[in-house]
Design a protein around this ligand. Structure first.
Ligand SMILES: [Fe+2]
Ligand SMILES: [Fe+2]
Length: 152
């Protein structure tokens, strides 16, 4: 996957500074998979989602796609550390990320659903309800597999 300079600038525009906050700074310190931080992981998911939407003409809203993808793992802790590790992190963290995100930002229903449903089908009845949510759900799985197998 290769993004043009213009596409990278567009992504930055749609992020509206979400990647420059103190919470984003915190995400740089949490490990997601292998040696990849949560911050790097969500940016990878943002870029891949944007790429898939653009290059396959999937028609999702770029703004919602980018913001939802950046916030999809906004749970703000290191899940490998005591208390958070465990089999149920996969089930619970989308709801925690959503709670954190709505507390700080005014999100559209599509953005909220992107965050809540990104672990589907693990989250059974919390289903991706838009093209953007399906794209992020898929991009997250692709990025996560790549990170697990290439960095651990
Ligand atoms: Fe996640
Ligand atoms: Fe993720």
């Amino acid at each position: 996957m290769r993004l043009t300079d213009q596409e990278i600038n567009e992504i930055e525009h749609y992020l509206q500074g979400l990647h420059l906050t103190k919470e984003a700074e915190l995400m740089k310190r949490f490990i997601q998979h292998g040696s990849i931080s949560t911050y790097d992981h969500v940016l990878r998911v943002v870029r891949l989602s944007y790429y898939l939407n653009r290059h396959f003409h999937l028609g999702a809203s770029d703004a919602e796609l980018v913001r939802g993808a950046f916030l999809h793992d906004f749970y703000l802790y290191d899940w490998h550390e005591n208390g958070y590790a465990g089999r149920f992190h996969g089930f619970h963290h989308p709801a925690i990320a959503l709670k954190n995100a709505v507390r700080r930002y005014a999100l559209t229903p599509v953005e909220r659903n992107i965050i809540a449903s990104h672990m589907w089908p693990l989250t059974l009845f919390t289903i991706p309800k838009s093209r953007a949510a399906f794209i992020v759900c898929l991009a997250d799985k692709i990025c996560s597999c790549g990170e697990i197998f290439t960095t651990s």
